[in-house]
Write a protein that binds this ligand. Structure first.
Ligand code: TRP
Length: 331
């Protein structure tokens, strides 16, 4: 059994790309491994020091993960700032993190360029906090995208350095984990190959989107003037619509429009109407769960408390051992 840990940004709602990408795998993994999922609210302050509504952002992420199927009884689902042990490990690891390596980090350089008036210490030590998140549960598998590889490498560096400096074989090496063939990539509605919020609002369908919004977004999806040759290769934007259809519609539906396309008889308007309805059919139960869970503050409070308790049990054990290894002793 592996220890899997995933840190979730506290901004941004879940879209279909997240759902069929990471989330579906999380839901499966929670039954197979020791899983920790947490909302990285401390980290959000490095770029948004005075968020308009930090609590609401965190709540929305928590609600959507629960609605999608993370089971808080099975996995440990918690909020980073509920586990102060993380801050202590961050402090201790920070003593052995060097200015030079932190400054060389690509994400630091990028963020420093984007917010030249707020190059705060937290931004520089972001990878140290992330290493603390991971090492505190001695996680060995961390599902992250390519953009986080360097942070993972730094977590290994800090863990190994700790082991070496204090002559202890303590922290295991965490490795990035991509789901390989289990990762279904959902394309965007704008013709790009990836659904994501950074590509603009109209590109992504959110689990919480109302049916009317979904219809509008799908009807506006990028297409072309239609096939001109029998069985011609589909250009990217058309291939995208078919690929989305493959995950939300029946096989017969996909086959039907595929045949029309191949015969040059397709009407994109009809296909989009069908696609929109099938997306709505898929997301509606999720949206209803989001609304339901979002209104149940007693439940959310119970979930957060249980998550914090489970996470702190694991975290406090690590911090206690780390303190002993470094040489802090009780009087
Ligand atoms: N840096 C991650 C991101 O931007 C979020 C994150 C914070 C994280 N701590 C983590 C991811 C620990 C994995 C493990 O997406």
């Amino acid at each position: 059994m592996e220890t899997v840990l995933s840190g979730i940004r506290s901004t941004g709602n879940l879209h279909l790309g997240n759902y069929f990408g990471a989330i579906k795998n999380f839901i499966k993994m929670q039954h197979e491994h020791r899983c920790f999922f947490f909302i990285a609210d401390y980290h959000s302050l490095t770029t948004h020091p005075t968020p308009a509504d930090l609590h609401q952002n965190v709540k929305q992420v928590l609600v959507e993960y629960l609605a999608a199927g993370i089971d808080p009884e099975i996995a440990t689902l918690y909020i980073q700032s509920d586990v102060p042990e993380v801050a202590e490990l961050y402090l201790l690891l920070g003593m052995n993190a060097y200015m030079g390596e932190l400054e060389r980090c690509t994400t630091f350089k990028e963020k420093a360029r984007k917010q030249p008036d707020n190059i705060n210490a937290g931004l520089l030590t972001y990878p140290v906090l992330m290493a603390a998140d991971i090492l505190i549960h001695k996680a060995n598998k961390v599902p992250v995208g390519k953009d986080q590889e360097q942070h993972l490498e730094m977590a290994r560096t800090f863990g190994n350095r700790f082991n070496r400096l204090y002559k202890a074989d303590y922290f295991p090496e965490p490795y990035a984990f991509n789901f390989g063939s289990d990762l279904v990539k959902i394309p965007g509605l704008d013709g790009s190959t990836k659904m994501g919020k950074s590509e603009g609002e109209a590109n992504a369908i959110y689990l919480a989107d109302e049916p009317s919004v979904i219809r509008k977004k799908v009807m506006r999806a990028v297409t072309d003037s239609g096939p001109v040759e029998m069985n011609q290769v589909k250009p990217q934007p058309i291939e995208n619509l078919f690929n989305i259809m493959k995950v939300v519609s029946s096989e017969d539906t996909v086959k039907h429009f595929d045949e029309l396309y191949n015969k040059c008889e397709i009407r994109y308007g009809d296909m989009k109407k069908q696609l929109a309805e099938d997306i709505i059919g898929f997301t509606s139960p999720l949206r209803e769960r989001i609304v339901e869970i979002g209104a149940d503050n007693a439940y959310l409070s119970r979930v957060a408390k249980m998550g914090a308790e489970k996470a702190r049990e694991s975290a406090s054990k690590t911090v206690k051992e780390v303190r002993e290894i470094i040489g802090f002793k009780p009087f």
